[in-house]
Design a protein around this ligand. Structure first.
Ligand SMILES: [Zn+2]
Length: 196
């Protein structure tokens, strides 16, 4: 139901990871070639470390094309699985598309009126909520139930669109909810229509 990470996150992490790995390897190479003294590594610049590191990485990858292929295949499969996870098995939509007035009132009350989504640094959005939002998107089979209800401001509602939240977003929201939800209301979020 939930992905560990979105395809975009996997792609960005792969890119940043490769970059950092190249620079680390490059730093070692620059240090090895030019020496180290009390002033630091001789001739080290971010660009020099990146150039040396990328060249070394490229040399290894072209020397071992099978490793390159396997690595590329693993990343591709991860991205594909991330995309397809929500669409395999077909989607049965909840015939009730919109939350009722009563559900919205109930959801707003338990959120103390404030938007429950995340703004910067994983902090709770400071704006007042305006919409009853499906945590797990209705278009992808999310239930129009209180278990799938998130009280959201217009901005967060639009930003979220029909994105599937990651498992980490779910865990963080549930943790935040413990601070403001009434004690007798479960903090679990996300429900698929027809799920047991
Ligand atoms: Zn918000």
């Amino acid at each position: 139901m939930y992905r560990v990470a979105s395809a975009k996150t996997i792609a960005v992490f792969t890119l940043i990871g490769t970059l950092l790995f190249s620079m680390t390897v490059g730093t070692v190479i620059v240090a090895f070639n030019n020496g180290v003294d009390s002033g630091g590594i001789q001739g080290w610049t971010p660009l020099a470390s990146l150039t040396e590191g990328t060249a070394a990485l490229w040399a290894v990858l072209t020397f071992a094309p099978k490793v390159t292929l396997v690595a590329a295949a693993v990343i591709t499969v991860m991205v594909l699985v991330s995309f397809l996870a929500d669409h395999i098995g077909g989607t049965v939509k909840d015939p009730q598309r919109m939350y009722t007035k009563d559900q919205r009132r109930q959801g707003a009350d338990r959120a103390e009126g404030r938007c429950e989504m995340e703004s910067v640094w994983w902090l709770r959005c400071p704006r007042p909520g305006e919409h009853g939002d499906h945590f797990y998107p209705h278009s992808l089979g999310g239930a129009t139930s209180m278990a799938n209800f998130v009280w959201a401001c217009a901005k967060c509602n639009i930003a979220k669109s029909n994105h599937v939240p990651t498992i980490w977003q779910k865990i963080r929201l549930e943790r935040r909810r413990r601070r403001y939800f009434p004690e007798d209301v479960p903090t679990d979020v996300g429900e698929k229509y027809g799920a047991v």
